[in-house]
Design a protein around this ligand. Sequence first.
Ligand code: ZN
Length: 502
Amino acid sequence: MQAEQKTPAAWDELLERLGEVADLRGAGALAHWDQATLLPSGAAQGRGHMLGTLSKLAHEKFIDERLATLLGECADFAEENLAEGDDFPQQLLATTRREYDRATRVPSEFEARFAAHSALIYSVWEEARSESNFQKVAPLLEKTLDLSRELAGFFPHDHIADPLIDMSDTGETVQSIRAVFAPLREQLVPLVREVASRPVASSAPLHGDFSMDAQKDFAVEAVKAIGYDWTRGRMDFSAHPFMTKFAPDDVRITVRGDEEFGELFFSALHEAGHALYEQNIARRFGRTPLDSGTSSGVHESQSRLWENLVGRSNSFWNYWFPRAQAQFPSLRDFTQSEFVAAINVVKRSLTRTESDELTYNLHVLIRFDLELEMLEGKLAIQDLPAAWNARYESDLGLTPPDDARGCLQDVHWFSGTIGGAFQGYTLGNILAAQLFESAQDALGDLDSQFARGQYSPLREWLTQNVHRYGAGLLPRELVVQATGRSLELTPYLNYLRHKFAA
Ligand code: ZN
């Protein structure tokens, strides 16, 4: 009788080591979550040390040469499993190798220099933004540009921004993204002009009596209905909403809001969309690098899908509007269509984070193009405010009155690299529509399901086609597997036209 195949010792040791790295990263995420939700204001310095130590330990453990040896020793085992139809070991090796390569190419000396610079520019940026004084932060931003180029230089590349993009959207390049973004801009600019020139719906339904407690209760119900597992998560308030994961069974979300209806509810749906992804990754991927979403673009497709394609649709409110009226009596003065119009108002604005579903991408495209020009050496930091304002003028027809509402508004360039941070938002919007279209083809009339408060067919389709793969498939592979096609603009443009140009 043939002996049962034994798991090699190298595989067990690999899983053990990766598990320890995952635990250290989880502890860091927990310390960060606590900092963002509960930490006493005087405790920031100690928390900074704690976060630094946890991240250093995780990094050192991960770049240990022993890990490279184990990856090599497990190659045959992965091949054998693949031949028998189990691709888990092979996916784990590929993903871990890619992460290991990234982590070891960048010298620790550079990491330390970059971390120190990021902390400095962040604090100066906060002042510069409140004073609307670009010059105050400009010399440090020059340094960020140098450091971003230096970081990219540790990796082979065609375009200097490619490695920076690849870090959050693996496999994407300047070329592949431009091929999607350029035609998107061509279509969006005139569409926004057309839609924004019409009379704006009244936002009166959103200005009634909306206490934060009642809004939170309402959001909890909706987030439960779309399938967020409360036994493995929780929801708290923070200055900036986010989703975080400490372990497969501990995926948390935070929200923010005020006494107007909208921000709290939609930030809850958005973050719950991220959380559904993380809660539904295959269980065997736990404590490995596969136990996370595969890219920022795919992650954003999940949050945007629930926030916008579901949560801002009329059919969703067929079910929820009567419940909202019961919860918030001021809504009884309005019809559902007045309410749905109010949560879908299109208005050109200067601020990305306050922009609507239609104009949002124009804000992203402006940032993406400008950061490429900076990295290419075509745009000097000194000329950034003027270039920024010129693009707002041409694409949105608005001129920022000052740099605080212009190029100083987003934290990204002032706390991380120039390059790599923005494209995922728009890739996510595009992909959300493509996935939604495929889900609709498979599941029939989603609108009538939403109108009955049924979301499990859609959520299960997403788990089956997106969530369960975790980081095991590259974003492009995932898109083809889930929709049968590469990433394409048509479903998104159709969705926007149908919703906003109608
Ligand atoms: Zn998001």
